[in-house]
Write a protein that binds this ligand. Structure first.
Ligand SMILES: Nc1nc2c(ncn2[C@@H]2O[C@H](COP(=O)(O)O[C@H]3[C@@H](O)[C@H](n4cnc5c(=O)[nH]c(N)nc54)O[C@@H]3COP(=O)(O)O)[C@@H](O)[C@H]2O)c(=O)[nH]1
Length: 759
């Protein structure tokens, strides 16, 4: 407010008179006196009421002349004027301009009034300013709060960004934060592609039902559809008055105020829209600014997320290219070498075998030349699939380049296992391969070279190069084959293949036969039964030991027909001898494979009993612990069913393997056969003697019968008899022999009553 000036305090309407005039009776308090003219004449002085009262007959010239008239300059301050009045002891003073012209009169009262007026103006102004300050303070507090909320919301977005690069999460968090920040009831973000197709729609405050009612975008209903489609800022105080608001579906949330701002997002367009500000308020310009600022933050965050995603994808793609073959999608040389190193380290640590196969297509060039490179590529892809299908989980197939592949078998038990896989691959590749894109069908073969750890090398390099050498060997013997690096391995595999080949025909060719070995009750010295043992005599291979051919029969599945044949044959023999009056039980070895995989096993047994006429009690099936590896409810159920026929089970080779006592409880066993490995040492090895004595004591308590196998000496017989063993089998009494020899040796004894025991 400006300072009070003298001119602001002038007394209005001071009468002006010529010096030649005479005052009239009741004329006003002070009179300004001029010579010549009252408007433009010279100011002569001020005539006061006291002057006029003291000299009633005087004219104005006399009145102003008889005392000094003090004057004030128009520049004087109010304070100066008051001081002058005090000094001259007057209540009024004229005010003159710089040329001495009369401007007006100033009195103490005038000054006082002017001062009072100014004070009251000042008070009013101060009050107004106070109110403004309070309002501004409130505004400031509100904006500080909203800015910190904006800041917090942006920070939340960044936090979300650090945990997820998922655009959907970011958009959802974004719209929730902004809706809260701008105190709106409903909020939504729609993102569209360049063609105006809505890519995503995130909302808050609305139910899914409401969203469904709104309908699909961008055609969507009402103003929301408009907002989503148009790239404009829209701020409406009363939505219902806007012509564009028509078309909201029934059930749409009530909306009055609306604020919509565009949001740019990686070349796509999007809209943020907020409706229904709290407490029926409208969105103000500052809300719009906040929304735009927030939209910018959100755009940046989304942009960041997109860049991060693209970088990750690029990185993943680079990683993929570094480790995988683009054509087939198989691991490449780098990755397989890495994996080979790991597998080798593992195999070394755990003392396990592993195998590496080097595979080369035999006639790839021909395919390329005949059908073109596109067909060649198709073939390589198809081949990758064939190889993968031939392998187990845990094995790795990789493409080295061209038509070369590598297969890594990290855990193998034997050369034979590896040969089986190699054979499977050679056979699988030989099948015609269809190339749909090139519309061809082609037949190819592969040559496979195999190196094994530890036999052929301890480093990835040595194993690779030896598998490579072996592969050339496979090529040199006519391709379409596999070869091991080591000759002995190749020989072993060839022998095995030869054995397998002949074994498959052994039954049909009548090369199989049984031998029988007696089982003796050593307490009474009488023969109680016999074990039927399978024999195979082949023209080319000679007499093949069961331990050699039975595992092959099991691996190839041939054990099922062979096992059935043994059962029929042994039971028939027992039946024949029974009919001749020799009531002996017959023990037959049964492979776990038969029990697990021969769906006809139970029926075969029933048939054998019926055909031979022997009771189930006369048949004993010798099983081994290996049966328990695949123990299932079904297996145990089958054993119980078999036991229901009267047939008994004997646990063969007891003492080897795990000899888990729990097996004795779980299986429906009647007999335990102590393995000959223990029996042969019982006289000289106190440990074996103790083990056998313990087995005998334990089985007696469990109510199981015991047969000691491989008894060869009188001392062994004595030891076993002393320790309560009931039955023995072994060369001491007699080796396995043909049926006729058995009859000649044993059945005659029975007739003489020496060894006979009736069942
Ligand atoms: N699944 C089938 N397995 C069968 C069948 N036939 C035999 N086998 C299994 O082959 C294993 C070896 O049998 P084999 O070579 O016949 O040996 C048996 C006897 O000859 C031998 N034996 C007997 N007495 C003595 C002896 O005093 N000393 C000694 N060194 N060997 C002796 O022991 C074998 C008896 O076998 P088992 O009682 O079954 O353990 C053999 O383990 C059979 O499992 C078949 O048809 N199916």
């Amino acid at each position: 407010m400006k300072t009070l000036k003298l001119v602001d305090c002038l007394l209005k309407d001071v009468p002006r008179r010529l010096d030649s005039e005479r005052p009239e009776g009741s004329e006003g308090p002070f009179v300004a006196v001029f010579s010549e003219s009252v408007s433009s004449g010279k100011f002569c002085g001020l005539a006061s009421p006291a002057d006029k009262a003291a000299h009633p007959g005087w004219i104005y010239a006399d009145l102003v002349e008889h005392h000094t008239t003090h004057v004030l300059s128009f520049k004087s301050s109010v304070a100066h004027a008051l001081r002058e009045m005090d000094q001259w002891k007057v209540d009024a003073l004229p005010v003159l301009d710089q040329k001495g012209g009369f401007i007006g009169l100033v009195t103490r009262n005038c000054i006082l009034r002017a001062l009072l007026q100014q004070e009251s103006r000042l008070l009013r102004e101060t009050h107004r300013l106070n109110q403004e300050i309070v309002h501004d303070k409130e505004e400031l507090a509100s904006w500080t709060f909203r800015l910190s909320s904006l800041h917090e919301a942006s920070r939340t977005l960044l936090r979300v960004l650090s945990h997820t690069s998922l655009e959907a999460d970011l958009l959802q968090h974004g719209i929730e934060a902004l809706t809260q920040l701008l105190q709106a009831r409903y909020g939504a973000i729609g993102i569209m592609d360049g063609k105006g197709e809505l890519l995503s729609f995130h909302h808050t405050g609305m139910t899914e039902q409401q969203v469904a009612d709104i309908g699909s975008f961008p055609e969507g209903r009402g103003l929301l559809g408009v907002v989503i489609r148009e790239d404009t800022v829209l701020r409406l105080p009363e939505l219902s008055r806007d012509p564009r608001s028509a078309g909201f579906p029934p059930g749409h949330p009530v909306m009055h105020s609306l604020l919509a701002v565009p949001i740019s997002h990686g070349g796509k367009v999007g809209r943020i829209y907020l409706c229904e500000k709290w407490q029926g308020k409208e969105f103000i310009e500052e809300d719009e600014l906040l929304a735009k600022s927030f939209a910018n933050s959100l755009s940046m965050v989304l942009e960041n997320a997109r860049e991060m995603r693209e970088m990750q994808q690029a990185q993943q793609h680079l990683d993929y290219l570094a480790h995988f073959d683009v054509l087939t999608g198989l691991p490449n040389r780098g990755l397989i070498e890495d994996r080979l190193r790991q597998v080798l380290a593992n195999s070394q640590r755990h003392g396990r075998k592993m195998a590496l196969m080097f595979i080369d297509l035999d006639n790839f060039k021909g395919v390329n030349d005949t059908y073109g490179h596109a067909a060649g590529d198709e073939l390589l892809k198809a081949l990758a699939g064939v190889l993968m299908n031939a392998l187990r989980e845990g094995d790795t197939v990789a493409r080295l380049g061209g038509d070369e592949f590598i297969i890594l078998l990290p855990e193998v038990d034997s050369v034979q296992d590896v040969a089986t896989v190699a054979e499977k691959i050679v056979v699988a590749v030989r099948e015609p391969i269809r190339l749909p894109k090139s519309d061809h069908e082609t037949c190819v073969t592969v040559s496979v070279g195999i190196s094994m750890f530890p036999e052929d090398g301890h480093t990835p390099e040595s194993l690779m190069s030896r598998a490579d050498v072996a592969m050339y060997h496979a090529k040199s013997v006519g391709k379409n084959a596999f070869r091991f690096f080591t000759t002995s391995q190749n020989l072993a595999v060839q022998q095995r293949l030869r054995l397998e080949f002949h074994l498959r025909q052994a039954l049909a060719r009548g090369e199989l036969f049984l031998e029988y070995q007696p089982q003796i009750d050593i307490q009474s010295g009488r023969i109680v039964g016999f074990e039927a043992l399978l024999r195979w005599a082949n023209e080319e291979l000679g007499l093949v030991a069961p331990l050699e051919f039975i595992p092959v029969a099991e691996e190839t599945g041939v054990i099922i027909p062979i096992g059935a044949w043994v059962l029929h044959r042994a039971c028939r023999q027992a039946g024949e001898w029974r009919r001749q009056g020799y009531f002996l039980k017959v023990a037959v070895n049964v492979s776990a494979w038969q029990i697990h995989h021969d769906g006809e096993f139970f029926n075969t047994l029933k048939q054998c009993l019926t055909e031979s006429g022997i009771p189930g009690e006369a048949l004993e099936l010798e099983i081994t612990e290996s049966l328990m590896i695949q123990k299932t409810e079904a297996t145990l159920g089958l054993l119980e069913q078999i036991r229901g026929l009267g047939i008994r089970f004997a646990m063969d080779d007891f003492g080897t393997g795990y000899s888990s006592l729990s097996y004795l409880k779980q299986l429906p066993l009647a007999v335990v056969k102590i393995d000959r490995e223990f029996i042969c040492h019982i006289i000289h090895d106190p440990n074996d003697a103790a083990i056998v004595a313990a087995i005998l004591a334990m089985t007696q308590h469990l109510g199981l019968r015991v047969v000691a196998e491989g008894v060869e000496t009188q001392e062994q017989v004595d030891f076993l008899r002393e320790h309560g063993c009931q039955e023995v089998q072994g060369y001491y009494y007699g080796p396995p022999v043909s049926a006729s020899d058995f009859a000649a040796s044993w059945l005659n004894f029975m007739l003489s009553g020496k060894y006979a025991a009736e069942m």
